[in-house]
Design a protein around this ligand. Sequence first.
Ligand code: ZN
Length: 305
Amino acid sequence: MRLPSPVRIREVGPRDGFQNEPEIIPTDDKVRLIDLLARTGVPRLEVTSFVRPDVIPQLADGPEVLRRIDVPDDVAVTVLIPNERGLDNALALREHFQEINCFLSASESHNRANVNRSIEESLSGLERVIGRAVQEGLRAEGVISVSFGCPYEGRVEPEAVFGIAERLVAAGAAEIGFGDTTGMANPLQVREFFVEARAILGDEVELTGHFHNTRGQGLANVLAALESDCASFEASFGELGGCPVPAGATGNIATEDLVSMLHEMRVQTGIDLDRLLEASAAVREVLGRPLGSHTLVAGPVDWHA
Ligand code: ZN
């Protein structure tokens, strides 16, 4: 079996992870943790979001974080943009980031619950956001939440997901992320999904897997996606993150678990696992609680022991 290598990872902990933390993390700690992550060799780093501060107070310091972080030139900084107003605010700091990520859900109920809009309303807004971002020389990723199943509606037809993806690509998105937002996907489903996605969306657009470990199947889904030639994944250090629905759901797959598995399979990521584990240990220290990550507890595999 030949797996794609290298694989490109986007670390999303400072946005997807921090956003779900109930206690406000001091800006100094965020900056320090992002600077640690930026020195792990990770090629892409999602650092914050330009949502309204009253909606997500945890990320209200986004502009300050963006100004203060010190990220090497070869690391692409991504910010999440919810709408045109968010894009306007972000563009005031244009020199501090290279990529935007915007999102909507594949099911009407989830999109309504999340952003109080219909899918069509979200899409037409995001088409304008992506168009303007591309004109500014930014790279755009569109993330489609609940691509593999919806906690309100159950089954989500892949054709519906691909239809949304095609609109985002036509608007200028260079990358489409498929989110298993509440961990409903299974490996067989994921394998078929990425084969179809590639056939429909073509070779130019980057396809990214964003899996959650809600039911412990995150890494199995990564392997299935790899077997369908998906070579881009999003993950969160420490296994931070999650989703308010269903209650108690765990977060994104842990970046260190993903990197450990990939390296053991001789798939390159460019990431230094020891440095990544230092960053994860540092965020565990800041949050003051055990985290979901396995490799953070067990350490890297040691074949010389
Ligand atoms: Zn996530």
